[in-house]
Design a protein around this ligand. Sequence first.
Ligand code: ADP
Ligand code: 2JD
Length: 279
Amino acid sequence: MTISFFVPAHITGFFSIENNTDPLKNGSLGAGFLLDRGVKTTIKDSSEFKINVNQGSDIVINEVLKHFKINAPFEITQDIQLPIGAGFGTSAASALSLSLALNEFFDFGYSYEECGQIAHMVEVSLGGGLGDVIGQTGSGMVLRTSPGAPGVGRIESFDEDLFVATKFFGEIDTASIIRNPQHKKLISKTGHECLNEFMQDISVGKFLELSLIFSQNTKLMTDEVKSLVDYFNSSDDILGASMAMLGNTVFAFAYNESAFKNLNIKNLDIDKLYKKRQL
Ligand SMILES: Nc1ncnc2c1ncn2[C@@H]1O[C@H](COP(=O)(O)OP(=O)(O)O)[C@@H](O)[C@H]1O
Ligand SMILES: CC(C)(COP(=O)(O)O)[C@@H](O)C(=O)O
């Protein structure tokens, strides 16, 4: 038997850190969006236990496995379709796709939300993220209105037909930012301001405008990210651009793919905004 689960990448535009001693309530508020690429985890029968990952280590996988009691040997294959540590929420997508796949393969009988809660606990314990797992249960542009794991926090999804360009310059260690008191204070103050403004006008244009304000006011934007963001924002065909939280990565939105191709930027990846299929 072979079971595969795909979970989309989640990029945050702005957020506030909402820590709680209960890991299921520990999380973030904010807004982001999902991409058509993500992480696909496949599980199949095998005579010995095997892990194949196309990048990174088995740290996320081992943390997820601690939550499941499995005696039989099996093989895990993870296809991580975007760079790790670059603000694409790959650690959350790895954890969630693996939880869902293990649940189905071994017939544990957990609900979708319970699998999400396992992935969320793995994320917060490793410091890989706060709101990516719940965001990844949504569709299109995702607003987080109450912090925590799936079934505990709350999100709202907005489907949009958009193209997203991303350019990756390098990693940012998420844990070192979200566990640093100075960063936490500034991120949460700015994140709450952005969220309050967004609630008055929930739109793609406002999301892009506030994401840029957030990345400037939190001083998280590096020089190379800033110059590409400025270049994108100088084009009339681009709806807006900002930095992917938390990575050394630029994202930009457009209604047409040609808007990006005309700019001739090297190593630009182009995705569509992810739409959840109706079951
Ligand atoms: N399979 C994996 N998937 C995701 N992250 C991994 C994996 N293996 C190792 N890691 C580590 O987990 C951390 C992910 O960092 P994080 O900043 O949360 O990335 P992302 O923005 O992609 O979620 C990095 O330290 C990375 O080295
Ligand atoms: C921004 C971040 C805290 C981290 O995101 P990433 O680096 O992609 O894991 C995210 O989880 C969020 O809560 O908004």
